[in-house]
Design a protein around this ligand. Structure first.
Ligand code: M6R
Length: 602
């Protein structure tokens, strides 16, 4: 969740770096920094908070003539947002910027400290620059030292390094975090996405995992595990708005595809070793807490419901969920042994904010789960967990829901650890499943094509019922909300076991039932609920790892070992279905009628 920019050439470097970082600021704005080497002179600046602060600090600085430069905007994961923890990180004669997480940094740090290396920051990144300088001191060849450094790194990284030992080069490496190289006239750019270099570079090469190298005199020397590698560049987009969509038709589509990637950010620094950590939470948050109440609206309410199943099942703590607009006026009875959690993508939803204020007035401790740091809800809460989904532009929420659900799953494990409500084996199984989530969220081309094809059958009819049980009931609610928001078709989410208590009266061939049929939770129960609907001639789209004979349409999912992996895989299917139906109906997917991204009025 950070942004990187690099430049090597003769132009004024400060402006290139700051303008580029401005484009990436949405990825992190805890602190920012730049470093430049020009005429063998190393200069660097860092500032906490928004980029504006760095701009002010560098007002009187200019860098003309040939030089190398790197910049970074940070979203704190290891260590607080302070100037010392801001990138670029400094060794004795080199600087480094980095996105991602060096998983073995503690081991590397210990090794370096035992050789009298002093660390200034709390970050994992600082190990890279010291490791490099340590190797360089033994073998004074900068590229050899950089190669040795990269070979020691475990985890996800996109990194740039500049050093007085080779003042005309930028060293780079990529594994698991995005990085590209842009080519202009006798100049080379680096960035973690293409918007910072659009209008500056004309050609681009998107680095692949495991690639590293350096650039010098306008040439890029690229390597991977097999040695030197040839590469071909392609033309860089010229339209920033299009580039922001990365070639997708709509932001919502891009955001659905991004989910696999952002989930790594959500887990980063939190799912470590054999436990879940929330560095941002004070240790005493759960002292004297006997119950949890969650308040939210819309999609965030559906995530809250998902969380209530997980918190009760895993952490064995009573958990009640309320729609914020209802909670506000019901004169709720609140006890100070209840932790009050609010969930909000924007952090500005008026009803949720007001519910939080009421809970605080009643003396409850509060925690928010939010995507926007410094938003009103985060500021109002005692403590906050950021979901790190990155900016979500589509009005219909997708990656925000995915990351909220993930944070709640992690929170359930965290509370279970505190309350000793989970045994070591079960915890390991949960963590193992959790680490597989990014894979379960990957959109497979074949699946997308299949949903595109079958969506044409789901344009009319008199309504949709999304049905599920247990964790898949909130997912059914969310699937229905997605469809109605962007297709304007009537859709309801229902607990499958409730259909026979009324709604089944609607069943006929024009009633579309989207049946969420996970293998790991009550498969036989949901199967018989769907059979009842099929017997009344409802049109059934079944989503399940198990083939289902009575389905008119069937989408086979793959994860069948853990309910949450099934949950996330099915979530993607429902999102794509809503997207494809909406596109076929010619609607504006990103800005559906009558809706707004942030609802700041009652
Ligand atoms: O920003 P919030 O999460 O507090 O917003 C709550 C709802 O307004 C929001 O989830 C809304 O339902 C979305 N349009 C759903 O796609």
């Amino acid at each position: 969740m950070c942004g990187i920019v690099g430049y090597i050439g003769t132009k004024e470097k400060k402006e290139i770096l700051l303008d580029g970082l401005q484009e990436l600021e949405y990825r992190g704005y805890d602190s920012a920094g730049i470093a430049v080497i020009e005429n063998h002179h190393l200069e660097h600046f860092k500032a906490v908070g928004k980029l504006e602060n760095l701009r002010n600090k560098t007002k009187s600085y200019n860098s003309n003539g040939f030089g190398v430069s790197i910049g970074h905007t940070r979203w704190a994961t290891h260590g607080k947002p302070t100037e010392l923890n801001a990138h670029p990180h400094l060794g004795e004669f080199s600087f480094v910027v980095h996105n991602g997480i060096i998983e073995n940094y503690q081991e590397l740090k210990k090794e370096l400290q035992s050789q009298n290396v002093t660390f200034l920051s709390q970050t994992d990144t600082e190990t890279i620059v010291h490791l490099f300088e340590n190797y360089y001191k033994k073998t004074p060849n900068a590229f050899t030292a950089f190669t040795q450094t990269v070979s020691r790194l475990e985890g996800a990284y996109a990194t740039l390094l500049i050093t007085e030992a080779a003042p005309e080069a930028i060293f780079f490496a990529k594994n698991g975090s995005p990085m590209l190289i842009g080519f202009g006239e006798e100049e080379v750019y680096f960035a973690s996405s293409d918007t910072p270099i659009i209008g500056k570079a004309t050609e681009v090469y998107y680095l692949e995992d495991g690639e590293y190298g350096y650039t010098q005199n306008g040439t890029v020397f690229l390597f991977n595990a097999d040695g030197a590698k040839k590469f071909t560049t392609k033309a860089l987009a010229t339209d920033k708005a299009m580039a922001q969509k990365d070639g997708y038709r709509f932001f919502m589509e891009k955001e659905i595809y991004e989910q696999a990637h952002v989930m790594n950010d959500t887990m980063m620094g939190r799912v470590l070793d054999n436990r879940v950590y929330f560095e941002e939470l004070e240790n005493n948050l759960f002292d004297n807490i006997r119950a949890i109440k969650i308040c939210a609206c819309g999609t965030s309410y559906h995530a809250a419901l998902t969380g209530s199943y997980l918190l009760e099942r895993i952490a064995k703590i009573p958990c009640h969920v309320e729609i914020a607009s209802e909670f506000r006026y019901k004169e709720p009875l609140l006890h100070d042994d209840t932790l009050f959690i609010t969930i909000s993508q924007s952090g500005e939803t008026a009803d949720t904010l007001e519910a939080l204020k009421m809970a605080k007035r009643a003396g409850l401790k509060s925690l928010s789960i939010c995507n926007v740091d410094n938003s009103s809800i985060v500021r109002e809460s005692d403590q906050a967990i950021l979901t790190r989904a990155g900016i979500e532009k589509g009005v219909a929420s997708t990656k925000a829901f995915a990351t909220q659900s993930m944070v709640l799953w992690m929170l359930a494990l965290y509370v279970a650890q505190l309350r000793e409500a989970i045994d070591a084996d079960t915890l390991q199984q949960e963590l193992q499943a959790m680490r597989q989530t990014p894979k379960a969220l990957l959109v497979n081309d074949k699946l997308h094509e299949k949903i595109h094809r079958l969506s044409k059958r789901y344009l009319h009819g008199h309504g949709f019922f999304f049905i599920g049980r247990d964790l898949f009931y909130p997912l059914a609610l969310e699937g229905a909300l997605k469809l109605k928001e962007i297709s304007y078709r009537h859709a309801e989410g229902y607990p499958a076991g409730e259909m026979k208590h009324g709604p089944i009266a609607l069943a006929d061939s024009e009633l579309f039932t989207i049946a969420l049929m996970p293998k790991t939770l009550h498969y036989d129960k949901i199967k018989s609920n769907v059979e009842e609907l099929s017997a009344r001639d409802a049109t059934i789209l079944a989503i399940s790892p198990e083939p289902f004979e009575l389905a008119d349409d069937f989408i086979q999912t793959h994860y069948d070992e853990h309910p949450m992996l099934e949950f996330f895989e099915m979530m993607v299917v429902t999102q794509l279905l809503a997207l494809e139906v909406s596109i076929r109906l010619g609607n504006d997917v990103d800005m559906p009628r009558n809706l707004a991204k942030s609802v700041t009025v009652e």
